[in-house]
Each structure stands twice: as C-alpha cells, then as structure tokens.
Design a protein around this ligand. Structure first.
Ligand code: M6R
Length: 589
C-alpha cells in the first residue's frame, strides 16, 4: 500500500524525506513525491516510478511531506502522484476514500477543479474547504465527512513548523528522529534514526507544532502515549544485494531470537482461554495463512483439537461462526493486514478470545488482540515474506505445544527439538547450489506445481506463492492427491513438479505422484530428509533436507524453495524486492 512521511525539522528536511521514502518504498513503487514548505510556499516534485526519480530534487524548508504510491484510484502517473496541493494545503494519504465520488461532485459544484483522478486529492480539497488557520481542526472536520480508511498527513502554506495527521484502519506512527519530529506509515522506515516513537490508534489525530508531538482522540482531547525506541533495521541487505536475499540469510538468527522471546512469554492466559474455548479458529492471509495451516495440523495431530483455518478475507464474510469464548489465532507479520484486522474485530465482537501472532508488537493487530505472541524475526522489508514465515511456524508450534501441555500435562515429542531449528535452517543453506541449478533449468518455464501431503501441503503452497510472487511464473501448490483430479492435465515434457516428501507414512503415496508425473514426461524434483526415500524415488532431481522430527520439517523444507524463487527471479531479470502489483502491507481490502 502507500507509504507516507512527514517532517518538522530544525534544518532542511528534503534529504530526510527522501531517505525515509527510500525505506518506505516497499509499500508501493508506482509513483513518489515530496512537498517542502519553504520561504516562497510549497516546492513539489512528484513523478511516476520509484523514489529514485526524486533523487535530483532539492528544496529548502524545514516542514515537508512525502509519499510513495501503490495505485488504487487512478493509474500510476505524475498527476496522480502525491502530495496533492489544494489551495494552502498539501496532503499525503494512504488508504481509500470510499465516498470520494460524491465528495468530488460536491466540491466541483463549489468550483473546485481537480488535477488528478485520485480519491486523495478530494480529501486535500476538503481539508482546504474547512481550513481557517487551524490545521488540526480542518483535518478533523474533513475526515468527519469521509468513509473509508486513511493515514493522512497535511501541512499548510501559512503554518511552517506544523503538521497534522490522522489514522483510521491504516497504520501511522509519530516520533523524534535525528532529522526532527516525524509522522510515518511504518516503523522500519524510521527505525534507524528514531530516538523514540509512538503508534497512533484508530481515529486518533496527531499534531506536531512548537517542537512537540501531541496525540488526540476524535474530540481532539489529548491522548497519553507510551513512546519507545524501535529496533533498527538489519543492514544485511547492503551486503546481500537485496532485502529478500538478506532476509533468507537471517532465518537462523531470526529463529534463535524468536526462540528466546518465546521462552520468556507467559502463555497462561492463552491456556486459560483454551479451557473455556468451544472451538479454535485460525485466520490469516497469504504466507501467514500457510503458517496457520501448519498450526491446524499440529493441534489436530497432537491434541486431537480441530482448528477451523480461514483465509481472513473469507472469514469476515462467512456466516458468523465464532461463539463467545472461542479461541481465535490471528497471524500477521505486519499486524496491519486489513482483512486480518477485520476478521479479528468480527471475532472479538462475537465474544472470541483473540491471540495475535505477529512480528510487529506495535501494530494494530497487537493493539486489538486479547493476547499477543510477538515473534522476533526482525524488520522484514522485502515484499516476499521469508524469515517471518519460519518464525510464524516456530511461534505457532510453540503455542500449540503449550496448549497441548495445558490439556494433557505433557509436551509433544517434537517440542524439545524446536531449539534445533536455527541450526537445521542453516544446514538447509547447503541446498542452494542445487536450487541455483534448478532455477537455471526452469527459468523459461511458464508454470510449475508444488505438491505435498499432510504436513507438507503448507510448504507446497508457500513454495508456489513465492514463485508466483517473485519469479512471476504461474505456480500452484497442491495436496499431491489432487494431481489426478485435474492438474495432471497440464503436465507435459519437462513440466516442473516440486514434490515434498518429509512424512514417512506418506512417502509411498508421494512416490505415486512422482511416477504419474514422470510417466507424462514431467520433471520431478523430490525434497526429503530420508536418504532411502530419495534413493528409491523415480524423481529426476533430489534435494536431501536436514533431519528434524517430521512435524518440524516445514520450517526447513521451505528454505530451499524460498531461495529457488529468489534465484528464478534473478534468472528472469527481475527485482526480488519489487514484485509486480504487490505491496508489503495490504492495508486495504
Ligand atoms: O503482514 P501479513 O503477514 O498479514 O501479510 C499477509 C500477506 O499479505 C503476506 O504474507 C503475503 O502473502 C506475502 N507478501 C507473500 O510473500
């Protein structure tokens, strides 16, 4: 989605805005822009394309706003890029103004002429309409007319040194950095330089003026805030060439840190909630949904507890299933995914007890859940989720094991092996040369399948998602048993089929799938930790995974697939940190 930044500095803020936008770019890279308030009014530069297009722009001024756009209303273009200027007001916005058409018609009727097709310019004009010297009051009045979601920052030509901002359903933080006081969409974008910051709650307002940051509720009454110092973003990307590659390299360390954090967590409230829970649900989107599938498998297998696992976007529109006391586990790296948040609001509204599993303790999800299990993957910048997935698996297994202990007074047999995950993840890196070879072999293919059974299905789905997203190759992840119910029709000479076989009880069944693919000329690649399974297979290539208890294999089996997707992306001349049409944090529906 879009990224917004605003600064009120003691010196020129243009450079700081540009640097923050470079860090925010993973939220959207369709267009970017900066407005700086200087002696002669606003100086604006906004362009279609990435933030690099603003590199030559410089303007003097201590107050400014910036934006990096993921287009919703209006194509990526210079005109549709933010900031939008309306009279004395400059505005940047992330979110969607749902009633923009009616507001636009009203304002046009009053003589306003719009330069862009965006919903955001309508909001800028609305703030201008209500502006009589009090920026915060004008923003509040404008937003009272708006339906939709927003993180918005505004500055006024006649109010240097002042900025007003607000949020509803789109993330926003404010704090103090080396370059001055700021508002920003995301903590990682300012983590390197922030001395302290605080997170705005929904329907809260922020005013920066007179060298101070104030938070206010909807009635503009002051809201006390806890400010904290965020963790810095890893610098590994500079060494590895891309965030995605760096984040794969960080998996062992991320698992280690998450293990340490889990060891300190007191899960008693979760266990108590399970005692009264009629049923257990898991909700998440994308990669996080795949980790929720693994949670479902663990609780069903080890505790005999069925888990109703939903894609959050489906859950929120399904008949209201949750009953008072039910346990709902919501998984989200960012903690800002709109569908997951809405699912949580729905579940809580129905009386469910919500456990958030997130990488972002300051997120909206953490704020709205009854209990937060914070993993410690560290900032994940690449759009493709990698290390956060491994840490989600670890956290969810840990949670499942604690819930099992609560019910039966015993931990599952694999529990003590969770501490082996960091070393096993590192050992999986030895498969990268073979993944390199396969990426080279398959780089021209138009499609591929990832198959698995039982605990391997989540890995198959996640491998396919990574290839689709990063390498832009059609890929489908399926239970292997589904192959002959339709997908086999596409298998032809050389068609790649990546087959996961880490569960001994299912190995023979997986081998059937390999045989069916081979018989049609497909190119089967088998991943297993078992030497004999690999040796006896008819697969054309074999990757020997590190050995762990079978229930934990998804955490290591996915690593060569994450890397394979990354390498396919490079082989196809694409940028792994900028998958087409996607943004890191999906804060709109
Ligand atoms: O921040 P979240 O975990 O809630 O994000 C959910 C999905 O948007 C995300 O996992 C997405 O599928 C990944 N970018 C895929 O790599």
């Amino acid at each position: 989605m879009c990224g917004i930044i605003g600064y009120v500095s003691e010196r020129d803020c243009c450079g700081a805005l540009f640097e923050a936008l470079r860090r925010l770019e993973y939220r959207g890279y369709d267009s970017a822009g900066i407005a700086v308030l200087g002696e002669g009014g606003f100086r604006v530069c906004k362009k279609r394309g990435g933030v690099a297009g603003l590199a030559s722009f410089y303007a003097e001024g201590k107050t400014g706003i910036g934006h990096t756009r993921w287009a919703t209303h209006g194509a990526p273009s210079d005109q549709n890029a933010h900031p939008h200027i309306a009279g004395k007001i400059a505005l940047v916005h992330n979110g969607i103004i749902e009633n923009h058409a009616a507001l636009r018609a009203e304002l046009e009727g009053e003589g306003v002429r719009f330069l862009s097709e965006t919903d955001s310019e309508v909001l800028a004009a609305l703030v201008q309409k209500y502006y009589r010297g009090d920026l915060l009051a004008a923003l509040r009045e404008a937003l009272s007319r708006v339906e939709g979601s927003y993180a918005v920052a505004v500055i006024a030509e006649d109010r240097p040194g002042e900025l007003a901002a607000a949020r509803y359903k789109s993330p926003l933080v404010a704090g103090k950095g080396r370059a001055g006081l700021f508002v920003c969409s995301d903590i990682p974008a300012v983590a390197q330089e922030a001395e302290y910051l605080a997170v705005a709650g929904d329907r809260e307002f922020i005013r920066i003026a007179g060298g101070e940051i104030g938070f206010f509720d909807g009635g503009l009454r002051p809201v006390p805030k806890v400010f904290f110092r965020p963790e810095g973003e890893s610098r590994a990307a500079a060494v590895c060439g891309s965030h995605m590659r760096a984040e794969i390299a960080e998996i062992p360390r991320a698992l280690q840190d998450t293990l340490a954090a889990l060891g300190k967590a007191d899960l008693a409230p979760c266990a108590r909630a399970l005692r009264s829970a009629g049923r257990v649900f898991a909700v998440a989107c994308g990669t996080a949904y795949h980790s929720a599938l693994a949670f479902r498998d663990a609780l069903a297998r080890d505790a005999g507890v069925p888990v109703f696992c939903y894609s959050a976007g489906e859950f929120r529109y399904s008949p209201p299933l949750v009953r008072a006391g039910d346990l709902v586990v919501a998984v989200s790296q960012s903690g800002e995914t709109a569908d997951t948040l809405e699912a949580v609001r729905l579940a809580r509204g129905l009386g469910g007890f919500v456990i958030a599993v997130t990488n972002t303790p300051g997120s909206s999800l953490a704020a709205e859940a009854d209990f937060t299990l914070a993993m410690r993957a560290g900032a994940e910048i690449a759009v493709a989720a990698t290390k956060s997935y491994n840490c989600q698996l670890l956290s969810l297994w840990y949670l499942a094991a604690e819930l099992l202990f609560f019910r039966t007074q015993r931990y599952p047999s694999w529990f003590s092996s969770l501490k082996e995950l960091p070393a096993a993840a590192e050992a999986a890196f030895s498969l990268f040369p073979e993944a390199d070879r396969l990426a080279d072999l398959f780089k021209e293919r138009q499609g591929m399948y990832f198959l698995g059974r039982g605990e391997d299905v989540c890995t198959a789905r996640e491998g396919a998602l990574k290839v689709k997203e990063i390498a832009r190759v059609f890929a489908e992840g399926l239970p292997a048993g589904e192959l002959k119910h339709g997908p086999l029709a596409l298998v032809e000479e050389g068609f790649p089929v990546i087959l996961l076989s880490t569960q001994r009880r299912l190995a023979a069944k997986c081998e059937n799938a390999a045989a069916e693919v081979n018989a049609r000329g497909g190119y089967t690649v088998l991943l297993s930790q078992y030497e004999d399974v690999l040796r006896q297979s008819r697969a054309r290539a074999a990757l020997r995974l590190p050995v762990l208890p079978e229930p934990l294999m998804p955490c290591v089996a996915v690593i060569p697939l994450q890397y394979f997707a990354y390498k396919m992306c490079l082989e196809r001349g694409l940028d792994p940190d900028r998958p087409k049409n996607l943004a890191k944090s999906v804060t709109v529906e």
